[in-house]
Write a protein that binds this ligand. Structure first.
Ligand SMILES: *[C@@H]1O[C@H](CO)[C@@H](O)[C@H](O)[C@H]1NC(C)=O
Length: 331
């Protein structure tokens, strides 16, 4: 359960969310279906979006496999929409050759707000055999699709070998993306960001799809169905939020500021594993977007926003592989 595996301040947040959202006295109506500590089974909390038999339940509906094969990808979404909360899943990604494959775990309200939607993304980008998956996070608010706020990272483990928890904490004032216990990105709401900070209820989604046109090295490597089916496994889906439309949720929980130890862990992760950051991309944004605070760490990035170290490693690999007529790294 999230409460056990997340840092203490998150447990506190979840408790606050529970108090605000789940108090029967305040609600005066049936409890929302998310008592803390009790994960919803798939049938209770989620609904299939597409992919017919490529969404498959295991373990009494607590685990879900979504599959991409020649016929179709697959996806599911939460039945409810949530305003703020902590959303997470343990995910195991497909192994071997996965170039062009995209697994996405995200929040969105694009089905309700066509032009002014909000979105918080984890996107996992597959890779050629022997090359690690890339993780991308993104934030959209009020239809700000013209302004991408992408960041990409490597991981300190092989995400195809085991389940790892990926989490999104979303409050009125800040958004934090987590991988296991480690915060990897924090977005603090600033005045200047305005409505581009997500502010309307969103549902939780998980999808797997063919991203041949862009996912790996900008589309150089297509999905190779010789290696299909590609199966992404989800377990312990956790929704700790205010179900939208509940009066009890007017009292919104506010997450405490990140404790210093968490902040150092995040900074260490970013220094070592971040491969691209939109705040450093001077080609796309000659002036950084207003919420960016660019410090001395910017020296580690090229004007393209790519980390110098990652670019150099990719260049070395590229040379090595060109002589074999072979591969390059993703993105
Ligand atoms: C959101 O976007 C719409 C359409 O672009 C705009 O009219 C509206 O003012 C924006 N909302 C806020 C709160 O800025």
């Amino acid at each position: 359960m999230a409460g056990a595996s997340f840092p203490a301040f998150l447990a506190a947040f979840v408790a606050a969310a529970a108090a605000a959202c789940l108090s029967p006295a305040a609600a005066g109506e049936p409890l929302p279906r998310t008592p803390p500590g009790t994960p919803l089974s798939f049938r209770e909390g989620y609904t299939q979006l597409f992919g017919d038999s490529n969404v498959a339940l295991h373990g009494d509906g607590t685990r879900v496999h979504i599959t991409l094969d020649q016929r179709t990808g697959a996806g599911f979404a939460s039945q409810g929409a949530y305003l703020h909360g902590l959303f997470s899943a343990r995910i195991k990604l497909p192994a071997d050759h996965t170039a062009g494959v995209v697994v996405a775990f995200y929040m969105s309200n694009g089905d309700v707000y066509e032009r002014t939607h909000d979105e918080l993304d984890f996107e996992f980008l597959g890779n050629v055999r022997g090359r690690e998956w890339r993780v991308q996070t993104n934030v959209y608010g009020n239809g700000s699709t013209a302004a991408g706020r992408e960041e990409r990272y490597g991981l300190w483990f092989d995400p195809t070998e085991d389940f790892h928890r990926y989490g999104i904490l979303w409050t009125r004032d800040r958004i934090v993306f987590y991988v296991d216990e480690t915060p990897i990105r924090e977005v603090v709401r600033t005045e200047s960001m305005g409505a581009q900070f997500p502010s309307k209820p969103m549902s939780l989604y998980a999808t797997i799809w063919d991203g041949s046109s862009w996912a790996t090295s900008g589309g150089r490597y297509k999905v190779d169905y010789k290696y299909a089916p590609y199966v992404a496994e989800f377990a312990d889906l956790a929704l700790h939020g205010c179900a939208a439309g509940r009066r009890a949720c007017d009292e919104e929980p506010v997450a405490a500021a990140m404790p210093p130890a968490q902040r150092s862990a995040m900074e260490a992760f970013r220094a070592r594993y971040m491969t691209y950051g939109y705040c450093y991309d001077r080609l796309r944004y000659p002036a950084p977007l207003p919420e960016c605070t660019v410090g001395p760490e910017a020296a580690a990035f090229l004007p393209s926003g790519d980390a110098r170290a990652a670019a150099a490693a990719s260049h070395r690999r590229g040379r090595r592989h060109r002589t074999r007529g072979g591969a390059d790294s993703a993105v």
